[in-house]
Design a binder for this molecule. Structure first.
Ligand code: PLP
Length: 361
């Protein structure tokens, strides 16, 4: 039976909410009223058959790529789906990092790929070992998939490693899909998109996570022009044209991206400070800390029972606090905490985690 759903998305939509919600992955909503736009300039219909040119130009300029390489998509979710569907045939081998963002795996299974994995070991700081990827790749591998920043850990993969993995992909005629939805949450020396590293690189991203404008569903794919065109034609089967109002507001968001980003940075950094204080005092969890990103992926220590599901259930029912169970990343003794939310709410959520950890099962 073909895999036709995502357990993580379902959980996230139905069970992640709590008064102290640390189960998020993106920055809290940017208030519409603070976006400097004139609503009289908005229109319901527009010329956007295969993309709205001003939005394509804004995305292209953001990444320093040609407009012909940009494909609009409904968020990174649809961008991942479209890119993978355009590349993969049933039975193709697809090599995906472990752990990874669940829906990426779900899409690969839905497309009936032969899914293989390579490990990002916690003991190595969740880094990618290019030699390990080389060992796992075969002449049947059609696509290698990673997230950068890594979801759930926020670990950054440097260009040197991306290049090596890209060399492996090129040597076997495979593509390299890099989901960069969190990359702009590196606030100092923000890396350029990996799309520049070679024609085998296909990149997905959006404004949904790092900029607080998730509701615009402004996502995109960067691909070489021939693949980009194939993806646009494939999207005719899914969603014809995007919502034009969303495109106009997305162009406005790009025009004021620095404003959105600075606000997001302030919120994320305040939360990271609280998280650091929490981790410094907490022996019941261990974590690979990063200086960037919106998520952190602590592991429960042996003393805490190492079953994050039971712990999180108690955290929710007794402390009205939520975080994402590690089982959605195939790591059941971990849980994911999301930064970028209200500072006081975040700090109180951490307080409650401390209390729940203290009490034990
Ligand atoms: C790595 C990764 N890719 C894609 C998505 C989906 O993002 P979007 O809201 O843009 O569809 C998420 C959301 O959490 C994510 O973590």
């Amino acid at each position: 039976m073909r895999h036709k759903h995502s357990d993580y998305m379902h959980w996230s939509k139905t069970q992640s909410r709590a008064r102290f919600n640390l189960a998020t992955s993106g920055v809290a909503p940017f208030p519409f009223r603070e976006l400097p736009i004139d609503v009289k300039e908005l229109e319901i219909n527009g010329d956007n058959s295969y993309g709205y040119p001003p939005l394509q130009r804004a995305i292209a300029a953001h990444h320093g790529v040609g407009r012909e390489c940009v494909v609009e998509a409904a968020g990174t979710s649809m961008a991942n789906h479209l890119a993978m569907a355009a590349i993969i045939e049933p039975g193709d081998e697809v090599l995906i990092e472990h752990p990874t963002y669940g829906p990426i795996l779900d899409i690969a299974h839905y497309l009936e790929a032969n899914v293989k994995r390579f490990r990002r070991p916690e003991e190595n700081g969740w880094t990618i070992d290019a030699a390990e990827v080389r060992r796992c790749a075969t002449p049947k591998t059609r696509l290698i998939v990673i997230t950068n920043l890594h979801n759930p850990t926020s670990v950054l993969t440097p260009d040197s490693v991306l290049r090596e993995v890209g060399d492996t992909a090129r040597s076997i005629g495979a593509f390299m899909l890099v989901d960069e939805v969190y990359l702009d949450a590196v606030y100092e020396n923000t890396p350029r998109t990996s799309f520049h590293l070679g024609p085998q690189f296909v990149v997905t991203s959006s404004l949904t996570k790092v900029y607080g404008v998730s509701g615009l569903r402004c996502g995109w794919i960067l691909a070489q022009p021939d693949l980009a065109w194939k993806i646009r034609r494939l999207n005719d089967l899914y969603s014809a044209t995007p919502v034009h109002l969303g495109e106009l507001l997305s162009v406005a968001a790009f025009r004021h991206l620095d404003l959105l980003r600075e606000r997001a940075r302030r919120i994320v950094e305040a939360d990271r400070k609280s998280l650091r204080e929490f981790l410094a005092q907490q022996s019941a969890v261990s974590v690979v800390e990063t200086n960037w990103g919106t998520t952190s992926f602590p592991r429960l220590s042996c003393d805490s029972g190492r079953n994050a599901d039971a712990f999180l259930e108690r955290l929710r029912s007794e402390f009205d606090t939520s975080a994402v169970p590690g089982r959605f990343f195939e790591m059941s003794d971990h849980f994911r905490i999301g930064m970028g939310v209200n500072t006081e709410m975040f700090a109180e959520g951490l307080n409650r985690i401390t209390r729940a950890l203290g009490r034990g099962d």
